[in-house]
Design a protein around this ligand. Structure first.
Ligand code: ZN
Length: 85
């Protein structure tokens, strides 16, 4: 059985960036765009290697990369409030 849960990912400014289905435990390093359940940044439209910004405070929230052929956002740990489950 697949385990995991939906978590909220906030910017340090408090803005809710995404809700994400995270499988397994541990620190969140990257998010697969296809697994976002709520996307307040518009990541589904951005290109690989672009660096999306928080819509609220305009800080870089990470960089888009291809991981196993799927677009993913590698989080900028300095901007994202750290999440552990
Ligand atoms: Zn922000």
């Amino acid at each position: 059985m697949r385990t995991g849960k939906i978590i909220d990912i906030h910017c340090k400014c408090g803005y809710l960036l995404f809700r994400y289905f995270k499988a397994g435990k541990g620190r969140l390093i990257k998010v697969l765009i296809s697994r976002l359940s709520e996307d307040n940044v518009g990541l589904s439209k951005v290109e690989t290697h672009s660096r999306p910004l928080c819509p609220e405070c305009q800080k870089e929230i990470g960089i888009i990369m291809m991981i196993h052929g799927e677009p993913a956002l590698k989080l900028n740990q300095g901007t994202i409030k750290s999440v552990r489950i």
